[in-house]
Design a protein around this ligand. Structure first.
Ligand code: FRU
Length: 419
């Protein structure tokens, strides 16, 4: 069985999971992503590649970084770097006459016959043709702690150097490293375990966001967790705080062990591994996530469901109920995506594509029925919302619903029961 194609989402006809290497270049948005070039199930992990000018419709490109014998290419990021920096590396690749090149920083997940089998370490690749072809760095890996669960580097420019956030997934820790040249990395600090920690920490990101209505900004550290999300399986939490170039310090920590007192990017069941684009225009911060949940993703793919990334979300901070929270809106570039506006009064509910949305007692509930063969698919996700009525922006596509309160403070990203 092969499912219909989503219209507004990046969804190649093969298995995909996390977005990787997101970067904006002169009006073109590059999305790389975890994929299996050979099939609809997880395996042979590689970086696929697509580009877009509206973040809704995507032009496919050849696989950017194919997995090799003994080495899967796991998640990571991409930065634009001066060619002079890359030329200074020991055993630097040939760069031609480029002034600036793209550098991918990814996890080498070694297995099989590799002498490093069982280890995850961070590696580099360089592109001089806007991400179409890549040369792996001869000195890989560049950061190896001898760990089996050290992955998902997100690198960003900071001052004159670069900062990398990664995870020690099974220790529920984010590791921060710094570098002047992307090859030599120094330990800066660690963060965690904090808040949700009943699962592996994966795919961290760290970025600065403007606080709406002020001239100020704050830093946000996000980290995905699986299992141990808000409602079974995968989820993505965040912390708002300050970053001095080496250490992230949260402004608020919950003093109770209740996941409802933590901060979550999405209250639905299918938002995971969200990361932001490097070099967003005007400093804007735009995120894509994987529209999936590891609880049932493998079985869903076996059943013919398409893999897809989420709609783009532009992130800002707002003061809400006495704390800074992330607001997510569809960015202007993607304004063409159809939106259905729905208003629910207290006590009212509405079914959309097999999912029931209900508003009562200060709670917005999203209920999904069970689907045979998909464990933990059915159930109720909910979030508290203020007021006597709730205005919703509903983005429906084949196989998915992304439901937002109109102020963008609460989102539910959900695979639909029918495909
Ligand atoms: C998250 C993740 C990452 C890893 C990748 C492998 O979904 O498990 O931690 O790099 O997927 O595909």
């Amino acid at each position: 069985m092969s499912a219909a194609e989503p219209r507004w989402h990046l969804s190649p006809p093969i298995w995909i999971n996390d977005p990787n290497g997101l970067i904006h270049r002169d009006g073109t948005w590059h999305a790389f992503y975890q994929c299996n070039p050979f099939g609809a199930h997880w395996g042979s992990m590689s970086w696929g590649h697509a580009t877009s000018t509206d973040l809704l419709t995507w032009t496919p490109h050849p696989v950017a970084l194919p997995g090799a014998d003994g080495e899967d290419i796991f998640s990571g990021s991409c930065v634009a770097a001066p060619a002079s920096v890359v030329a200074s590396w020991p055993d630097a690749p040939a760069l031609g006459d480029a002034d600036e090149v793209l550098v991918a920083i990814y996890t080498s997940h070694y297995h099989g016959e590799s002498p490093r089998a069982g280890i995850e370490a961070q590696s580099l690749a360089v592109s001089t043709d806007e991400g179409l072809t890549w040369t792996r760095y001869a000195g890989n890996p560049v950061l190896d702690r001898g760990s089996a669960n050290f992955r998902d580097p997100k690198v960003f420019r900071h001052g004159d150097g670069w900062v990398m956030v990664t995870v020690e997934a099974e220790h529920q820790q984010v590791l921060i490293h710094t570098s002047d040249d992307l090859v030599h990395w120094s330990d800066a600090s660690t963060f965690g375990p904090h808040h949700a920690r009943d699962g592996a920490w994966e795919c961290p990101d760290l970025f600065r966001l403007p606080i709406e209505g002020t001239d100020e900004s704050a830093w946000v550290l996000t980290v995905s967790i699986n299992p141990g999300g808000l409602h079974v399986g995968s989820g993505q939490q965040y912390f708002v705080g300050d970053f001095d170039g080496r250490t992230f310090t949260p402004r608020r920590m919950s003093d109770v062990e209740d996941p409802r007192t933590f901060d979550w990017l999405d209250h639905g069941r299918d938002f995971y591994a969200g990361v932001t684009f490097a070099d967003g225009p005007d400093g804007r911060v735009i995120m894509l996530g994987w529209l999936g949940n590891w609880s049932y993703a493998h079985d869903a793919a076996e059943g013919g469901r398409r893999s897809l990334l989420t709609l783009p979300r532009e992130l800002t901070l707002v003061e809400h109920r006495g704390r800074l929270v992330v607001r997510q809106r569809i960015p202007a570039e993607a304004a063409a995506v159809p939106v259905r506006r729905l208003r629910l009064l207290a006590g009212q509910s509405q079914e959309v594509d097999g999912i029931t949305i209900a508003f009562a007692d200060g709670r917005l509930e999203v209920r999904r029925p069970d689907v045979a063969g998909l464990s933990d698919f059915g159930g109720t996700a909910w979030a508290p919302v203020d007021g006597d009525a709730v205005e919703l922006d509903i983005h429906a596509d084949t196989g998915s619903l992304e439901i937002a309160t109109a102020d963008g403070l609460v989102w539910f990203t959900m695979a639909t029961p029918h495909i």
